[in-house]
Design a protein around this ligand. Structure first.
Ligand SMILES: Cc1ncc(COP(=O)(O)O)c(C=O)c1O
Length: 447
């Protein structure tokens, strides 16, 4: 399979009609899966080093659906206005996942997916503060719904659908590799960087803080930016940004849709920097990709009925039993994996070792790498990520490799395999990337 996009990035005749496949004419049609592997209809195997967009943290596991059905197949189809023991039990379990870590009791609202979950989080913040300004980092991604596309950085996400009334202020990128003020040879942020994320709220900045009628209602962050190109804000920078938001009365919202459930080591990514949010949104790894569900946790009393009025939010399909059954089956598995944080730390070391090898072997093409538990970035010397991602599918006759790249970070390959990926799979991943980088280097020489 060769790249069949034109030089302008247009796809002349894309395969099928779905959004998943708009970038190429020929795409694998997956029919089976197991562990970290997918099999296409033509029999070719693929190693999935992006865990189905970060969802299948526990690997492809057909027993999840079977277990889920065992708990819900005899239940009636319950839309949102009907209660069930299954839902109440799940909500209690979910609440503890958050309050055990934040040390504060809270309430849970369920929603249909990541973007909807983020909108619910904003509703909760606005119910406390009024619908004011929202502060995010450059490089943020919180979904592509009308409202969340206003928070997400790429203007592409806003071109066709947007909620224009929302005032969004972007703090400078937390990616030191892209920061115009980065000091050569110095890792991390400087006092100047910290100052630049803690200036809003003053008379000078045009953004209201404590003491202003129109002020910032919410500060929203990702512990590791996913679509922004696997960027972890410097811990001191994030702590300063959170403290400043609190001092100015903003509700602090952690988007853990990608980073939650041990993707970056601890259960929640925000634990890495030692910050405690007021509201947390989790999704992907709660159902291991098998149902569209998000959970929004808000510390008491933010979502109490006195301020967040009943009926402020609902959706017909929030409570459908099969999605709740999947979440229950997945939580059972997480409960059993008591060493997840330690094991993901070991995975991170193994990933770092292999990506370091690739960087040394391909220094003309790879200029940096970084690993955050089970998530990693390979930073290229140019905007080759989409080309390299495509080569990984085809470079090795034995097996294809699935990695991710995004329009917001065209020089970054995102790597986040299932957290249960084996050492042997990591070796395979390294071999395929090595081959693909060799081909990319040859192609670059020829052109
Ligand atoms: C950090 C983050 N926030 C929000 C979303 C949006 O989630 P969904 O696609 O379920 O709406 C994603 C999806 O990739 C994400 O990674």
């Amino acid at each position: 399979m060769t790249s069949d996009t034109t030089t302008e990035g247009q796809v002349p005749d894309a395969a099928g009609a779905g959004n998943l496949i708009y970038r190429a004419r020929h795409v694998p049609r997956f029919v089976r899966s197991n562990g970290s592997h997918l099999v296409a209809a033509d029999g070719r195997r693929y190693l999935d080093a992006e865990a189905a967009n970060g969802t299948v943290a526990l690997g492809y596991d057909a027993t999840i659906l079977a277990d889920a059905l065992a708990h819900c197949q005899d239940m009636p189809a319950l839309p949102s206005f009907c209660e069930s023991e299954l839902r109440l039990d799940l909500i209690g379990r979910l609440e503890r996942l958050f309050s055990d870590v934040t040390g504060q009791p809270g309430r849970i609202e369920l929603d249909l997916g990541g973007a909807q979950g983020m909108e619910t989080a904003l509703r909760i913040a606005f119910s406390a503060n009024g619908p004011g300004t929202v502060v995010v980092f450059e490089g943020a991604f919180h979904g592509r719904s009308g409202v969340t596309s206003m928070l997400s950085s790429s203007p592409r996400y806003r071109e066709l659908l947007a909620a224009w009334g929302l005032e969004v202020v972007r703090l400078p990128t937390p990616d030191c590799g892209r920061c115009p003020h980065a000091v050569p040879q110095q890792a991390g942020c400087t006092p100047g960087c910290v100052a630049s994320v803690t200036r809003w709220g003053s008379e000078m900045t045009g953004v209201g803080g404590a003491g202003f009628g129109r002020r910032v209602s919410a500060f929203v962050f990702e512990a590791v930016q996913n679509v922004g190109g696997m960027v972890e804000p410097d811990h001191a920078l994030l702590r300063a940004a959170v403290d400043h938001a609190r001092r100015n009365g903003a509700v602090v919202i952690a988007d853990e849709i990608f980073s939650g459930m041990h993707r970056t080591g601890p259960r929640w990514g925000f634990e890495r920097a030692g910050v405690t949010p007021d509201v947390v949104v989790a999704s992907k790894a709660l159902t291991n990709g098998a149902a569209a569900l998000s959970a929004i946790w808000a510390r008491e009393p933010l979502a109490a009925p006195s301020s967040y009025r009943p009926g402020s939010h609902s959706s017909t399909y929030i409570g459908i039993p099969h999605a709740l059954g999947v979440a229950r089956a997945v939580l059972d598995r997480w409960d059993k994996w008591t060493t997840a944080e330690r094991d993901v730390g070991v995975l991170g070391d193994r990933l770092a070792q292999r990506l370091g090898q690739l960087r040394s072997a391909h220094s003309g093409l790879v200029r940096d790498h970084a690993v955050f538990g089970g998530a990693a970035r390979l930073v290229l010397t140019g905007d080759h990520a989409a080309g390299l991602r495509h080569l990984c599918l085809t470079a090795d006759p034995r097996i294809g490799l699935i990695v991710a790249s995004t329009g917001m970070a065209p020089d970054v390959i995102n790597i986040h395999p299932p957290l249960v990926v084996t050492d042997q799979d990591l070796d395979t991943m390294t071999e395929v990337l090595d081959r693909a980088l060799h081909i990319l280097a040859r192609t670059a020489e020829e052109t």
